[in-house]
Design a binder for this molecule. Structure first.
Ligand SMILES: *[C@@H]1O[C@H](CO)[C@@H](O)[C@H](O)[C@H]1NC(C)=O
Ligand SMILES: *[C@@H]1O[C@H](CO)[C@@H](O)[C@H](O)[C@H]1NC(C)=O
Ligand SMILES: *[C@@H]1O[C@H](CO)[C@@H](O)[C@H](O)[C@H]1NC(C)=O
Ligand SMILES: *[C@@H]1O[C@H](CO)[C@@H](O)[C@H](O)[C@H]1NC(C)=O
Ligand SMILES: *[C@@H]1O[C@H](CO)[C@@H](O)[C@H](O)[C@H]1NC(C)=O
Ligand SMILES: *[C@@H]1O[C@H](CO)[C@@H](O)[C@H](O)[C@H]1NC(C)=O
Ligand SMILES: *[C@@H]1O[C@H](CO)[C@@H](O)[C@H](O)[C@H]1NC(C)=O
Length: 730
């Protein structure tokens, strides 16, 4: 038996530098920094939760791009979606969420950033329901063309929840397979993008411009049945774009001619901003330029600076959500050609920006557990290898500046928000802001908290992060916390998250090991694609090898008191580990929203996912679905490690019955176990009060069985929550 050398560390746990669940949840959460046209300041919004008031507040700020100084723009919570007005450096257009005339409607307002609260003025009312993202494009006449989105009825009229009649019956009736998605039962309303124009009028003194909303908004998707944009639940303003000359709108929609639940196919549509013509798919099955055999998900349409071309990303496979995305460029002329760029590059970018001269494109892509920006010329051939000009962390947003540099917003394992400038040739030039230097709750976090290693996995080298507790000392010993990511096509990245935050777990007194086994993204197609029909084989074997590597190579990690946790596919893997030899290596397990009964997979909403991962339908390929079944008797008989199960009722990806089945089995077999359920949460636990209970239970469970609870007086315990435990044990 190894000695508890880490006991000696108990006193240092107490000292400053550890981030607690409360600090994680109440730290400011900042959104992307968007620069003004001259690149002098950037706008961003912040929200923050308080456990004193049990409420969130939000505000908008300006970041000075020379000094890095931050100043508040407004505290008015009715302000959202603020965008710069193209022609000036200080005028902004925004949505005001209170509409004085129409309940549930919104208003368009313009203000000046130099005196925001003193100079705002209403420009028009929108009777639509909840309108979100907006975007503007200055035209030659000075008019402002904009696009917004809302829920609509099938007839194209915007849906206003506040004004809609409540039906007498709560029944739902379905004739097609898409019944629910993520956390929502599908209804007859759906998302649509609308266009509108603010006409410019010059008024007397000082030549101050006034604008007024002329005419009704145009529903740009209504012309074709079954089109929807942005695509729920995660679609946002990156699903559509307005051309710089204000003439065109491009948007993404799922293929209207295919059943939505068992395909990922989607196309990019082009439509005049004034709504005078129906939208036309530029890369649909019948479009003249469509590349041969490319039928997968399309995304991120972006117009070139001259408005003549549209760059977008598309996958090849018609039903594989993690297929590689290739960059395409469509030319809006009579020839309607589409060319692919750097087609053989083994990376899957997720965002595009043109450089201001239209000669190059900047792509954001996952790359070896980071997200880096890559540059490529607009005429790059198939074998062109784009080069990166940023490095650590992940990039969440980026904008080109007038001087040719790029303003980047991102995060890393050790900071929740960084803003920096990068030069296309020289790389990062200046860090303007890093949250760990500003936010008291993140004080003490630094890049030295994080390291990485590689080990020989089942069939290839595998990467893993390693995250240390505060005051880490290599001469001491800390229990292992083994982190298993979801997907399986996903990764542990160098990013900040308010869920599964590496540092919050490590700071209880663990060394967190977070490997990227077979199935992980960002390391090339081969590693990702090898997961198909291999859910419990290669990745399980990679994880066993990772555990052995840790035991044999890191003296400061105590694997005898190790614990393991994972969510989604990571939850499946925990359930699989429980019924296999690796399960005996851990003192406790936590599975969040994982699958348990192999045959239950067919109750999911995204059939394309299971039909790809198990290579066929539920009836024609049942052996594939059952091959790695944690509920098979021979695996259940091995269950013996204490396990906490978390399963929420609005998780429609993996319905609640999965968590209930697993809990029934663990309890009947007498394995120490607890079920934590949130009736109002989906696949993720987002409500701050629920998130606090989640952290108290998960950390409390791990700390009890690893022994950390006894040795770190500041450790979270299972008793920290005020929620009563239902226990009718005799
Ligand atoms: C916003 O609120 C903060 C904190 O209460 C206060 O310091 C600041 O002066 C306010 N700013 C504006 C522009 O109202
Ligand atoms: C938002 O709209 C309401 C109602 O018209 C108005 O009273 C308020 O001043 C507006 N606030 C801002 C910041 O636009
Ligand atoms: C569209 O349908 C909704 C809901 O049935 C209805 O309230 C609305 O009046 C319709 N709009 C038009 C223009 O017919
Ligand atoms: C998808 O579902 C439709 C029925 O909605 C069915 O006709 C089609 O064969 C299914 N596709 C696959 C690949 O199973
Ligand atoms: C590009 O990425 C590599 C790692 O793949 C890194 O070493 C290098 O510093 C990055 N380049 C720049 C300019 O940041
Ligand atoms: C890879 O994993 C499979 C399934 O667990 C196993 O049969 C095989 O021996 C492993 N291969 C190597 C090289 O470890
Ligand atoms: C998937 O099924 C196809 C055809 O049935 C087969 O050729 C292919 O090898 C299978 N792939 C995997 C990974 O099992």
């Amino acid at each position: 038996m190894r000695s508890f050398q880490w006991l000696a560390l108990a006193s240092t746990f107490v000292s400053a530098g550890a981030i607690t669940p409360e600090q994680l949840i109440t730290a400011p959460r900042r959104d992307q920094a968007v620069p003004n046209p001259s690149g002098e300041v950037a706008l961003f919004s912040t929200s923050q939760y308080s456990f004193d008031t049990h409420a969130s507040s939000s505000w908008w700020s300006l970041l000075d791009l020379n000094s890095g100084k931050v100043s508040r723009l407004t505290n008015d919570s009715s302000v959202s979606e603020v965008v710069w007005l193209g022609s000036t450096d200080s005028n902004v257009l925004y949505i005001n969420n209170t509409n004085a005339q129409i309940p549930g409607g919104v208003e368009l307002w313009i203000s000046n950033t130099e005196d925001f609260d003193g100079s705002y003025s209403v420009q028009g009312c929108i009777s639509a329901g909840f309108v979100l993202w907006s975007q503007d494009s200055g035209t030659k006449s000075g008019d402002i063309h904009f696009v917004v989105y809302s829920q609509t009825y099938g007839n194209g009229t915007a849906y206003n929840e506040k004004l809609a009649a409540t039906p007498l019956s709560s029944a739902r009736i379905y004739d097609s397979i898409y019944v629910r998605h993520w956390d929502t039962w599908l209804t007859t309303t759906f998302n649509a993008v609308f266009s509108g124009t603010l006409k410019k009028k010059i008024t007397g003194q000082g030549g101050k411009s006034r604008f007024s909303l002329t005419g009704p908004l145009h529903n740009l998707v209504a012309g074709v049945k079954n089109l929807e944009t942005p695509y729920p639940p995660f679609g946002d303003s990156s699903d559509y774009d307005l051309s710089p000359n204000g003439k065109w709108v491009a948007f993404k929609s799922k293929a209207p001619e295919l059943p939505q639940a068992n395909h990922t196919a989607s196309y990019i549509y082009l439509v005049p901003h004034d709504g005078s013509e129906k939208p036309v798919a530029i890369n649909g099955p019948k479009s003249p330029g469509t590349p041969h055999g490319v039928r997968g998900d399309s995304s991120s349409p972006v117009f070139s600076p001259d408005s003549d071309q549209i760059a977008y990303l598309q996958m090849k496979d018609i039903a594989y959500e993690a297929d590689r995305r290739t960059l395409y460029v469509y030319t809006i002329d009579s020839k309607k050609t589409i060319s692919s760029l750097a087609k053989n590059w083994d990376r899957s970018p997720s965002a595009i920006k043109w450089t201001p001269d239209g000669q190059s494109l900047i792509l954001n892509t996952e790359d070896k557990a980071r997200q880096r920006l890559f540059l490529l010329p607009a005429d790059a051939g198939d074998d062109f290898k784009p080069h990166n000009f940023t490095d650590g962390g992940v990039v969440s947003a980026y904008y080109t500046l007038k001087n040719g540099d790029v303003l980047v917003t991102g995060s890393a394992i050790w900071t929740s928000w960084t803003v920096y400038t990068a030069n296309l040739k020289k790389g990062v030039t200046k860090t303007l802001f890093s949250a760990n230097k500003v936010d008291s709750s993140l004080k003490g976090l630094s890049s030295s908290d994080v390291d990485e290693f590689h080990f020989k996995g089942n069939w290839t080298d595998i990467h893993s992060w390693i995250v240390y507790p505060p005051n880490f000392d290599k001469a001491q010993k800390y229990p292992l916390l083994f982190y298993i990511h979801g997907g399986p096509q996903g990764s542990w990245a160098d990013s900040w998250s308010s869920r599964w935050n590496y540092k919050v777990f490590a700071d209880q007194g663990y060394v967190v090991v977070a490997p990227n086994p077979t199935g992980s993204t960002g390391f090339g197609d081969k590693l990702t694609d090898a997961i198909q029909n291999n859910w419990g084989s290669y990745p399980y074997d990679d994880l066993v090898k990772c555990w052995e590597h840790v035991r044999d190579n890191f003296d400061y990690i105590d694997t005898d008191h190790g614990v393991a946790a994972g969510a989604s596919y990571g939850g499946f893997m925990i359930n699989w580990i429980q019924g296999n030899p690796l399960g005996r290596k851990f003192k406790a397990l936590v599975s969040h929203d994982g699958t348990f009964v192999a045959d239950a997979k067919v109750s999911t909403e995204e059939l394309w996912f299971i039909e790809h991962d198990f290579n066929g339908t539920f009836w024609a390929n049942r052996d594939n679905y059952r091959r790695w079944d944690p509920s098979a008797p021979e695996h259940i008989r091995q269950f013996s490690t204490p396990q906490l199960i978390i399963h929420s009722s609005k998780d429609y990806r993996l319905p609640i019955s999965e968590g209930l089945s697993l809990f029934n089995v663990l309890q009947e077999r007498g394995v120490p176990s607890r079920l934590l359920n949130f009736p109002d949460e989906n696949h993720w636990v987002l409500n701050p009060e629920n998130s606090l209970v989640w952290h108290q239970q998960v950390l409390g469970w791990l700390n009890r069985y690893s022994g950390v609870e006894k040795h770190n007086p500041k450790a979270v315990t299972l008793d920290d929550t005020k929620v009563p435990v239902v226990d009718y044990n005799p």
